[in-house]
Design a protein around this ligand. Structure first.
Ligand code: PLP
Length: 369
């Protein structure tokens, strides 16, 4: 592995297309390496300092203010830095936003929304307002056909299905608060936070290392947790303590903060959107121009972040993957539930990486035509 690696950057780096935990910006990793033994002249790693120390409290505050600046989060939203991943939120959200007799709307667009609604069903009545099963989860059902319940406490949807590679090309418009799982899409482009009641995202896709989950929640939606909700899952209790009711994942929080600064240095979310659109278009064009590759998703609903594709001859999957690996292109195996390939193109994946992948794909198809 040499020539195809991040140009002029580091001789050991590959192009990592993992769906998560995923590639991080090289600049961030280099800063982490430089500071590993002695963070800011403290003689300690940031991993070794108290979350209650002045130094760490300022890390926490800065991370929040950088995130607020990037997403233009209005003042009446709270930002929480939690643990338990997006999966923890599948339960925490109904625990905080519903009572036992509540009804909630869920859109089922694939593997992650299915898991989210299964968890919610332990707490309240779940109305599946739309299910994309009839299309094999290859498109987003148009809003005109949704069967919303009369008084839903909220509507939950998965903005980007990380496994299926299906993405909402619009933001739903419903009377109830909108709750969005943005684990694999948050920070990939600007969004209008004020249209949402709650946005959540596990960090390990597009934000930072695993162990951190970000929740952005409108103030009026907190303070209503059910009796008996564990304190670490109670949004109000966590908000009151600055997400430090107990020891937070300090290192993951610190790294996420460095990623926010990296995003701001590189033009913010508008610039990311342009880069991400260009990367996705390049890969989809390569797939569509060849009869050798196929992506099953309706074009309008194709994900910018996760691109699943299959080869015309699945018997060649192993050879494709080992050839890619030899060219410095790794973690292209599809999710274990669907097979084939999947390339994840998060913010930290460079256009050089996607170009190298498409060159490899064209050459592989030519050799096996
Ligand atoms: C990865 C992912 C999850 C699960 O995240 P965990 O942090 O593993 O709990 C949930 N939703 C989406 C859309 C994801 O991509």
């Amino acid at each position: 592995m040499s020539a195809q690696l991040n140009k002029g950057q580091s001789s050991v780096r590959v192009f990592n297309f993992s769906a998560g935990p995923a590639v991080l910006p090289l600049e961030v990793l280099e800063q982490l390496r430089a500071e590993l033994l002695d963070w800011g002249g403290s003689g300690m790693s940031v991993m070794e300092v108290s979350h209650r120390s002045k130094a760490f409290l300022s890390v926490a505050r800065e991370a929040e203010s950088d995130l607020r600046a990037l997403l233009e989060i209005p003042a009446h939203y709270r930002v929480l830095f939690l643990q338990g991943g997006a999966t923890g939120q599948f339960s925490a959200i109904p625990m905080n936003l519903t009572a036992a007799d509540s009804e909630v709307d869920y859109l089922n667009t694939g593997a992650w929304s299915k898991k989210a609604l299964a968890e919610a069903a332990h707490y309240c009545r779940v109305n599946v307002a739309a299910d994309a099963a009839d299309s094999g989860y290859s498109r987003i059902p148009p809003q005109s056909g949704w069967r919303l319940s009369e008084r839903a406490a909220y509507l939950h949807y998965t903005a980007n299905e990380t496994i299926g590679g299906v993405e909402f090309p619009f933001v739903p418009e419903v009377p109830s608060p909108l709750v969005a799982d943005m684990s694999s899409t948050l920070l990939s482009r600007p969004i209008e936070v004020s249209r949402f009641g709650l946005i959540y995202a596990g960090a390990q896709k597009n934000i930072g290392p695993a162990g951190l989950c970000i929740v952005i929640v409108r103030e009026d939606l907190i303070g209503h947790a059910r009796p008996g909700t564990p304190a670490v899952w109670d949004f109000k209790a966590m908000a009151d303590e600055g997400s430090m009711l107990n020891t937070p994942p300090t290192f993951a929080w610190y790294c996420a903060g460095l990623v926010f600064k990296w995003l701001r240095r590189h033009g913010g979310l508008g610039a990311m959107a342009d880069r991400n659109r260009a990367k996705a278009e390049l890969l989809y064009r390569t797939i569509d121009e060849s009869s050798f590759y196929r992506n099953p998703v309706e074009p309008a609903c194709r994900s910018w972040m996760n691109v699943p594709f299959t080869l015309a001859r699945p018997a060649l999957d192993g050879e494709f993957l080992s050839g890619a690996r030899a060219a410095g292109l790794v973690n292209l195996e599809g999710h274990r539930s669907v097979g084939g390939m999947r390339a994840s193109l998060y913010n930290a994946m460079t256009i050089e990486g996607v170009t190298a992948l498409t060159q490899f794909m064209r050459e592989f198809a030519r050799r096996h035509a």
